[in-house]
Design a protein around this ligand. Structure first.
Ligand code: HEC
Length: 380
């Protein structure tokens, strides 16, 4: 451990400090002192707190100062601090769909403190309950199934929380299978059927998806007419302004994965200049048959963990110790290589097939016209 870092830390939090340079820093405003302390701590990562009381004191102070923020999670994780579950839960509830919140929830699950989580479901605050359930889903940790599946058929909590439980359960195979079983046994409450239908008809496990289409058939698709052949589609003109509207439509879902200029999510590639890269024929192909040509760097990986959990998505970075996977919600997960049982690259795109069924033929033509109009400034 670097003694200097430790020194700096202690000085930052006490007014008595020999070094004039450092004591000048302890006169800094709180946020800046905390930032310096975190930086110093990051160099001491992994050090044992029990054998080092002054470090422990510094860590404790930083935890108080960073409560509710992503830095709090980082410090708890780096120093394996125990008994910080309430603070972790706060971050998970504040950022249920971001890396820090999901990481916080994973740490809670790792500590097996299920009672804490269950108490939020029974609580009166519907928003915190919903957010807890959302963060649980985003961990993709199968331990959530035992916690969330019982909520589906319970009288409490209210519908919004239970609907989120459906969405969260559908993120992992045993959760989706559990929902399907409830539907088969006719135990799925009426107020959850719509959400369950939407979710289960778009899972990536083909057996579940096929069975879901039988027991919970999706509402008749907007496009019941057969699609004209590609040559015919290419001849028809579209309206780019209507196409932009189709692109943003929730039911179609493009915006949940793609960004156009400053709107949309960063799961798939940004499409702000896609009209320069792809002609209309290739644009149709990208939508109708996503796996035909997978964009470079967007190959899908399935990683099985020794715990039985799995990570699914793109590998965005890799070091000798860990890989970072970005999932279908753009959440980053760091997986230790020593926890991996196997990993394989899939031949299928992460982009779902059949999206054309969520729109009419004219919608599709307009959509392609819109994408085709997105060009690099100055090019035609
Ligand atoms: C679940 C996320 C997801 C959804 C929803 C989705 N896409 Fe994609 N899309 C991707 C990913 C990931 C890729 C990159 C892999 C590939 O090329 O298949 C991609 C690739 C593309 C490409 C090719 C990009 C290139 O640079 O080659 C186009 C065009 C595209 N999508 C358009 C659409 C449109 C239009 C919609 C809505 C109808 C849509 N996508 C919905 C995830 C998604």
């Amino acid at each position: 451990m670097t003694l200097r870092s430790l020194f700096l830390l202690i000085c930052l939090f006490s007014s008595v400090c020999a070094s004039p340079r450092i004591s000048a820093q302890s006169a800094l405003p709180e946020p800046e002192r905390v930032a310096i302390a975190i930086e110093a701590l990051s160099r001491l990562k992994g050090a044992d707190l029990e054998t080092n009381p002054s470090l422990k004191m510094a860590v404790t102070k930083v935890l108080v100062a960073t409560r509710g923020t992503p830095e709090f999670v980082q410090v708890v994780r780096d120093f394996h601090v125990q008994d910080q579950n309430p603070g972790l839960l706060e971050v998970a509830q504040r950022h249920p769909a971001e890396e820090a919140g999901v990481e916080a929830m994973r740490l809670i699950l790792a500590s097996q403190n299920f009672a804490l989580l269950a108490s939020t479901f029974d609580g009166t605050n519907q928003i915190t309950a919903t957010r807890t359930v959302e963060a649980l889903g985003n961990t993709r940790d199968q331990q959530m199934v035992a916690l969330l599946l019982p909520l589906i058929t319970a009288d409490k909590p209210d519908a919004a929380v239970r609907r989120q439980a459906v969405r969260s359960l559908a993120q992992v195979q045993p959760g989706a299978a559990g929902l399907l079983r409830l539907a088969e046994e006719n135990k799925l409450p009426e107020d959850l059927k719509f959400t369950a239908t939407t979710e289960l008809n778009q899972v990536r496990w083909s057996e579940i998806k096929t069975r879901a289409a039988q027991i919970l058939p999706p509402p008749v698709a907007a496009n019941t007419e057969p699609l004209p052949p590609l040559a015919e589609l290419l001849k028809r003109a579209g309206d780019p302004a209507r196409g932009a509207e189709v692109f943003s439509r929730q039911q179609v879902g493009c915006v949940n994965c793609h960004r156009v200029n400053d709107k949309g999510a960063d799961v798939g590639p940004a499409l702000s200049e896609i009209g320069t890269k792809l002609g209309k024929d290739a644009l149709y192909e990208s939508i109708l048959d996503p796996s035909a040509g997978i964009a470079f760097g967007y190959e899908t990986w399935q990683i099985e963990l020794k715990s039985g959990d799995e990570a699914y998505g793109f590998i965005v970075s890799e070091t000798p110790e860990e890989v970072t996977v970005k999932d279908t919600k753009a959440i980053l997960t760091r997986v230790k290589k020593s926890d991996i049982a196997s990993r394989r690259q899939l031949k299928t795109s992460l982009m779902p097939v059949g999206l054309q069924q969520t729109m009419s033929t004219q919608d599709l033509i307009d959509l392609v016209e819109f994408l085709s109009s997105l060009k690099k400034a100055g090019s035609k």
